[in-house]
Every structure is written in structure tokens, then in C-alpha cells.
Design a protein around this ligand. Structure first.
Ligand code: 5GP
Length: 190
């Protein structure tokens, strides 16, 4: 999506550890009209997929998931990053190593909010190694919910997460795909 690529080039900062910072419009301050346009694009891509629920992971996925959900007219469920490994029986859970923090979270979704009747769109801000999305998919699989696709704002394609998900048959649509970020220079995959 050209407007997103232009914004990344204008405001994105390549930080240490292969991290792209887009804090001025996605991850800390949110440019709502701009992010709404991304939400609308997810709707254009997935409007015929019968989606009745959007699933994301806290914290950064929530904003974009909610803005997209307005166009779909469906609820958003976000997986919580549990602070304890003391998991009760009424939740689905998966272990997700964090790309940015380096720790492992037990992510949880209450069983009431995800069922075998759900047709789910996964949404997240970034796709890197794929751990967050694979965790969300594992939770959907456990619930018997059908993953109809994944909408990603920025995929760092060279980190392989998108390949893993696509190999599992997930339709992944990324609005910007980064081919490389060497020496602070961002190159998009065309
Ligand atoms: P993965 O699980 O695919 O390795 O990483 C995805 C998660 O890590 C996303 O939910 C996002 O919060 C975070 N993440 C991964 N790479 C980046 C990055 O370059 N910049 C930012 N801001 N977050 C990232």
C-alpha cells in the first residue's frame, strides 16, 4: 500500500535488533484517520471471507483491530498476555516468545469469546518470526474456529514468519512488506 510505504519511509526509524519503530503513527501515538484507511483496506481484502470476528494480541494489535472492525461490523477479541502460568480451564492458551521484549508470554483467550462457529480474521501490527500469529492460530485451532486470513500492517518478509503461516495455508495480506533493513535503509518487496 503506497501511502503506508511512504509513511514508513518518512516516519519509520530502524532501531537495533532488526526493530522498525513506527511509534509516531502506530505503536505509541496513533494516527487514527491514517490507521482507519488501513482498516478499510483490510475490509476491501477480506470482505467476502465471511468473517464474524477479529482476533488480535495485546497491546499494539488492539488499535488497528478495532479500526478495521468498524468496517466489518464484527467484535474484536484480543489475546491477553498472562502474567502467570497459573492458567484456569476456561481459557485457550498458547506460548508466544516476544520479538521485542525477549520474554515468553502465555497468551490467553476466554473460551466464551471464541468458538467453532467463528470465522476469524487475525490482525496484528507487525509480522516478524511469526510467533504471535502462530500462537493466535493455535488458539483458533484449539477452539475449532476457522482462520480465514491474517491482516498485517507491516511484514518484515525476510524474517520468515509470513512464509511459515502461508505454508500452513493461511492467507496472509500485509499492507507493507519489507524486504530488508540493512544499514538503516528500508527496502520494500514489490
Ligand atoms: P513475531 O511474533 O512475528 O516474531 O513478532 C510480531 C510481534 O512482535 C508483533 O506483535 C509486534 O508487536 C512485535 N514486533 C516484531 N517486529 C517488530 C518491529 O520491527 N517493530 C515493532 N514496533 N514491533 C515489532
Amino acid at each position: 500500500m503506497k501511502m503506508l510505504e511512504d509513511r514508513i519511509l518518512k516516519d519509520g526509524i530502524v532501531a537495533q535488533g532488526d526493530v522498525l519503530k513506527v511509534s509516531s503513527f502506530v505503536n505509541h501515538q496513533i494516527d487514527v484517520p491514517f490507521m482507519c484507511k488501513l482498516g478499510e483496506e483490510f475490509y476491501r481484502l477480506f470482505k467476502d471471507s465471511g468473517i464474524n470476528k477479529i482476533l488480535t494480541i495485546e497491546a499494539s494489535g488492539i488499535g488497528i483491530a478495532c479500526l478495521a472492525a468498524q468496517y466489518f461490523g464484527v467484535p474484536v477479541v484480543f489475546a491477553k498476555k498472562s502474567k502467570t502460568s497459573n492458567i484456569s480451564n476456561d481459557v485457550y492458551t498458547a506460548k508466544v516468545p516476544s520479538f521485542t521484549h525477549g520474554n515468553i508470554s502465555d497468551i490467553v483467550v476466554t473460551k466464551d469469546f471464541l468458538t467453532k462457529d467463528d470465522k476469524v480474521l487475525l490482525i496484528d501490527d507487525f509480522l516478524a518470526n511469526g510467533c504471535a500469529l502462530l500462537g493466535l492460530k493455535a488458539i483458533c485451532d484449539e477452539a475449532g474456529a476457522e482462520v480465514k486470513g491474517a491482516g498485517i500492517v507491516i511484514e518484515k518478509a525476510y524474517q520468515g514468519g509470513g512464509d511459515k503461516l502461508r505454508a500452513q495455508g493461511v492467507r496472509v495480506e500485509s499492507l507493507a512488506m519489507i524486504e530488508s533493513m540493512e544499514d538503516g535503509k528500508i527496502v520494500f518487496r514489490k
